[in-house]
Ligand binder design. Sequence first.
Ligand code: CTP
Length: 446
Amino acid sequence: MKKVITYGTYDLFHRGHYNLLKRARELGDYLIVGITTDSFDLERGKMNTCNNVMERIEAVKATGLADQIVIEEYRGQKIDDIQKYGVDIFAIGSDWEGYFDYLKEFCEVVYLPRTQGVSSTQLRQERPTVQIGIIGTGSIACRFVPEAENVNSANIVAAYNPNRKECKTYCDNYGIPVCADNLNVLYDNCNAVYIASPHYTHYEYAKSALEHGKHVLCETPFVFEKAQAEELFDLAEKKRLVLMVALKTAYTPAFGHLFSLLKSRVIGDIVEVNASVTTLTDESSEKLDSKRIGGSMSENACFPLLPIFKFLGVDYRSINFYSKMKNEVDMYTKAVFRFDHAIASFQVGLGVKTEGAMTIAGTRGYVYVPAPWWKTDYFEVRYEDQSQNKKYFYPFVGEGLRYEIKDFVASVLSNGSHFSKVSKVENVKMAEVQEQYIKSVNLYRI
Ligand code: CTP
């Protein structure tokens, strides 16, 4: 019996896939089809698939052409499969011509003609897209556009900056069609906005965008008052719009799995969370401008607040802040939280440098996430018995913004039914912490 194997993602199953499977089947007597898992696709940078692995398996099954389906989970698996299943022929479309010649050592390799005029990429492009307008054209907005290009259904159509010259330069650099120095022009061209303006302007812009019926993805820190955060989320709910805060760490594969592992009690009860984020910054930077709510707390605190609230909940009893000040802004702040059954602390700095790691201590073991933990692709779970320690690795592609953009777009296209990684309550609590700090509640200056 001649065994043939072929692999693919088979997203939005189309006639090109069908023809390929049929041709592969005709090469032998038994066809094995390898289908990539969602996490393997993510790992190799293909993060725009529309169908999940179960849907893709069902689509291949429905053709009746596959005698066996296997899932492809890791690089190098093809050689293992060929040996394991005693495969005679490896077949793949001609778009891969030459690429798989290394498999000739293990079986015959056949490149089959590709069907012209159809591909998953093309079908994905024909699906509904979210038309995004960018408010603010600074450094984070510069990183946003190339990241959004990796997310299908995200279409950047316009950018706004009250300074027309800056706006024009930005739009020219990134090929953005509409350059708006007036918000109404921006709103006329988009159905969602990404707010990347200075922190202290977030509330006004978010409110205006929601009032104009636009979905909002807002950069961090979101807002500086609890009541403002509540108001904006209430407004979004009332208008059935998506309001999401662009806290990129929350959307990364590593953080998502760390959350699930901790909730599955791999280190028992969590007793302490500690995380640091320090980014040494030039003293002339706007980030240290007291009139623009500059400082370490406003710039960096949202990052450690995420694991604290995610892993311990939001019901802290008290917080004490200790800040090293200069020119009326905090160059460095340590915050200590008391929960009923746990403690949390963080260090944030713009003028002081620390190790940017995170540790989560539990009754059975602890988690160590090395610096920079907020954009990690790796962490360790460690125990008293070191033979039980486990290392976990994940993809973290590019600047890492593509993960939040993907979730935002998915939320908009599913009318908000997509699960939100950071809840309204967590966002409101983050604003509450910022507000307490600004009001100097339990703040000790050094
Ligand atoms: N294929 C084909 N003809 C097409 C599209 C795909 O023969 N028009 C083949 C590919 O060469 C591969 C298999 O179908 O052997 C699975 O390809 P996959 O990458 O899943 O599909 P694409 O449509 O090429 O996906 P994408 O656009 O995401 O690259």
